[in-house]
Structure formats: structure tokens, C-alpha cells
Design a protein around this ligand. Structure first.
Ligand code: BGC
Length: 255
């Protein structure tokens, strides 16, 4: 068990990749705090899975788009669990739209969760770690689109590009405190963020044609890497991005 004795907090833990990471962490011996905007439903289901595995946990309803909620989330999590060691910045959203049609509301919706929310959740978590004199690990759920253009998703790409640079910057700034920060860049994973795509055979085929391993990823494919990055095996890894994409990012072929 890689994470025995550790406590993790996972944003957006009610579904998709966040849920798989929460369950994998519990299997590895961690206690887990699940953040989601809504305390009922998916977040409670994830908590039940964690408890079934014999681990402790709790749900904290917090909207990470809000600075005040981020601070409250970390404070409540530390109080309820006694200590925190790992933050997984998993919550994320995307909105499709041509660049020239993006509204301020759409822009703010995506940026406030994917970039501003991640920024201030990380700030609150590191303020906690530094004042508690504890080392820690931060794992950001970025995307292959921190590198790869994704037409009609300009806000999403801008947010993920921001996460890439923030990770690099913080790896230097946080190293003196024994805090590491790394990105996971999933490709096309079967999660609720992809519902429209999964239900559109033409779009799905075009995407699969671009994936050398010829299948979509499963949330569990991502969770294994998160467990490694959260563990002592990754003590010397910081500022890095790892792709989990079946080869999508670097795929190029000519007939
Ligand atoms: C996006 C998906 C997309 C995938 C591969 C992910 O980051 O959330 O909508 O299908 O990248 O392009």
C-alpha cells in the first residue's frame, strides 16, 4: 500500500477521474476528503466506496471557483481529518464554441474552475502545509490540451496551458518547503465530460483514429499514475507533466 497513513483531498471527486483517484487512493491505504459543489449524490457514493475499503473520509461541499470556498474547504478538511498530505486538483469543465462566439460568462465559467480555482485551492493547501510545517504533494489534472490545440475549445486550452506553467513555476517556489507539484495530462477518457462525444459515432471514430492504442482511456488508467505521483516513489519528481493518452499527443502518421 503506497499511501498508508496519508490523507488526500480531491476536488471534483463525485465522478469520473476524481472518483477513480479517490477509490484508488483508498485502496493504497489513504484516507480521502471528497470535494464537490454538491454534497449529495456522487460525492456520497464515492465516500461509501472509500468506507467500504476500510478507510476514513468525508465530503466537503465547496465551489472551487470561489476563493472563500477554497479556504474553507482546506480548513474544514484539515480540522475533520487531523492533517492533510495530498491535494488532487481534479475539478474541471469545458465548453465548446467558436472562439469569436465565446461569451464572458463562458470564459469565466471555464477559467474560474480550471485555472483560478486550481490556483487558489493550491494556495490554501500550501498555506496550510507551510504553517503546519508538513511536506506535501500536489497533483493537477491537466490535459493533453495543455500542449495540443483543440479547435472550438479555446477557453479550455488557455486554462490548461495556464495549469502547465503554474505547475512549472510552483515546482520551484514550493520545493524549499518539501512540496512537489506535478501534472497528469489525460487524453480522451470515458467520463461525464465526454458524454456528447461518446454519443456521437462520427466524432468518436475520428478521435479513435488518432489514438495509437485504439481505445479511450478509463478513469482507472489515470488513477494508477496519480497514486504513484502521490507516493514516496515520486519524492524526486516535481514540475513534470505525464500524459495518459494512449499515444494521442505525439501521434502523427502519413500514408
Ligand atoms: C477533453 C476531452 C477530449 C480529450 C481528447 C480532454 O482533455 O476534456 O473533451 O476529448 O481531451 O481530445
Amino acid at each position: 500500500m503506497k499511501l498508508a497513513g496519508k490523507t488526500a483531498i480531491i476536488t471534483g471527486g463525485a465522478q469520473g477521474i476524481g472518483r477513480a483517484v479517490a477509490i484508488r487512493f483508498a485502496r493504497e491505504g489513504a484516507d480521502v476528503v471528497i470535494d464537490d459543489r454538491i454534497a449529495a449524490g456522487g460525492a456520497q457514493d464515492t465516500l461509501a466506496e472509500i468506507q467500504k475499503l476500510g478507510r476514513k473520509g468525508c465530503v466537503i461541499a465547496a465551489d472551487i471557483a470561489s476563493l472563500a470556498d477554497n479556504r474553507r474547504m482546506i480548513q474544514e478538511a484539515a480540522e475533520k481529518m487531523g492533517a492533510l498530505d495530498i491535494l488532487v486538483n481534479n475539478a474541471g469543465v469545458e465548453r465548446r464554441g467558436s472562439f469569436w462566439e465565446v461569451t464572458e460568462k463562458d470564459f469565466d465559467f471555464v477559467m474560474n474552475i480550471n485555472l483560478k480555482g486550481l490556483f487558489f485551492a493550491t494556495q490554501a493547501f500550501t498555506q496550510y502545509l507551510i504553517s503546519a510545517k508538513r511536506p506535501g504533494k500536489i497533483i493537477n489534472m491537466s490535459s493533453v490540451h495543455e500542449e495540443l490545440p483543440f479547435p472550438h475549445f479555446s477557453t479550455y486550452c488557455a486554462s490548461k496551458g495556464g495549469v502547465k506553467m503554474l505547475t512549472r513555476n510552483l515546482s520551484i517556489e514550493l520545493a524549499p518547503f518539501g512540496i512537489t507539484v506535478n501534472n497528469i495530462a489525460p487524453g480522451a477518457i470515458e467520463t461525464p465530460i465526454n458524454t456528447k462525444l461518446l454519443n456521437n459515432p462520427d466524432l468518436l471514430k475520428a478521435l479513435l483514429d488518432n489514438i495509437p492504442l485504439a481505445r479511450l482511456g478509463k478513469p482507472e488508467d489515470v488513477a494508477g499514475l496519480a497514486a504513484f505521483l502521490a507516493s514516496a516513489d515520486a519524492d524526486y519528481v516535481t514540475g513534470a507533466t505525464y500524459s495518459v493518452d494512449g499515444g494521442l499527443l505525439w501521434n502523427y502518421s502519413e500514408q
